[in-house]
Design a binder for this molecule. Structure first.
Ligand SMILES: Cc1cc2nc3c(=O)[nH]c(=O)nc-3n(C[C@H](O)[C@H](O)[C@H](O)COP(=O)(O)O)c2cc1C
Length: 158
C-alpha cells in the first residue's frame, strides 16, 4: 500500500487543519497516511519508509517557520534516499499577500534538492494550497486535492 507522510508545524491550529484535510484526500485515494507535527519526528530515517511526503508550515516573516526549516536541515541525514519520492507543500499566513506562496515554494525547493517529484496544479493554487487564517471550504478542498494527487502519483511511481 502507498504510504504518505503529512509533516507540518502549527502553533495556533490553522496549518494543522490543512494537514488533516491533506491526509483525508490521500486516504480517499487509498493511501496509508501518517500525520505528524515535525517536532514529533525524531528518527529522520523514518522518512525513507514513505512513498510521498507532503509538508505544511505557517508563514513566518514571508518564509517557512523555523521549526520546519530545522526539520528540513536535519533531513540531510537521509539525503539521496528520498530521490524519486513524490512531494507537495501547503501553507497558512495571517493576511492576504502575507507570503504563503513563498512559503510553499521554499518548502518545494528543499524537496527538489532531495530529488523528489513535485506536481503543480493548473486549475487550483498552482504550487500548493494556501490559506489566510483558518482554512475555508476552498482551502480545505484544495488540501484534499493535494493529498489525492500526491497519493495517486506516488502509487504510480513507487
Ligand atoms: C513569528 C510569526 C511571524 C509571522 N509572519 C507572518 C508573515 O510574514 N505574513 C503573514 O501573513 N502572517 C504571518 N504570521 C501569521 C501566521 O502565519 C498565521 O497566523 C498562520 O495562520 C499561523 O498558522 P498556525 O495556526 O498553523 O500556527 C506570523 C506569525 C508569527 C507567530
Amino acid at each position: 500500500m502507498t504510504k504518505i507522510l503529512v509533516a507540518y508545524f502549527s502553533q495556533t491550529g490553522n496549518t494543522q487543519k490543512m494537514a488533516k484535510a491533506v491526509s483525508e484526500g490521500a486516504e480517499q485515494a487509498g493511501a496509508e497516511v501518517d500525520v505528524l507535527n515535525v517536532q514529533q519526528i525524531e528518527d529522520l530515517n523514518s522518512l525513507t519508509n514513505y512513498d510521498g511526503i507532503i509538508m505544511g508550515s505557517p508563514t513566518y516573516y514571508g518564509i517557512m517557520a523555523n521549526q520546519v526549516k530545522e526539520f528540513l536541515d536535519k533531513s540531510i541525514k537521509v539525503h539521496g534516499k528520498l530521490e524519486g519520492k513524490v512531494g507537495g507543500a501547503f501553507a497558512s499566513c495571517g493576511i492576504d499577500g502575507g507570503g504563503s506562496e513563498s512559503t510553499v515554494l521554499s518548502i518545494i525547493q528543499a524537496l527538489l534538492v532531495h530529488g523528489m517529484i513535485v506536481p503543480g496544479f493548473s486549475k487550483i493554487g498552482h504550487y500548493g494550497p494556501v490559506t489566510t487564517g483558518e482554512p475555508d471550504d476552498r482551502a480545505i478542498s484544495e488540501c484534499k486535492q493535494l493529498g489525492e494527487r500526491v497519493a495517486n502519483l506516488a502509487d504510480k511511481v513507487s
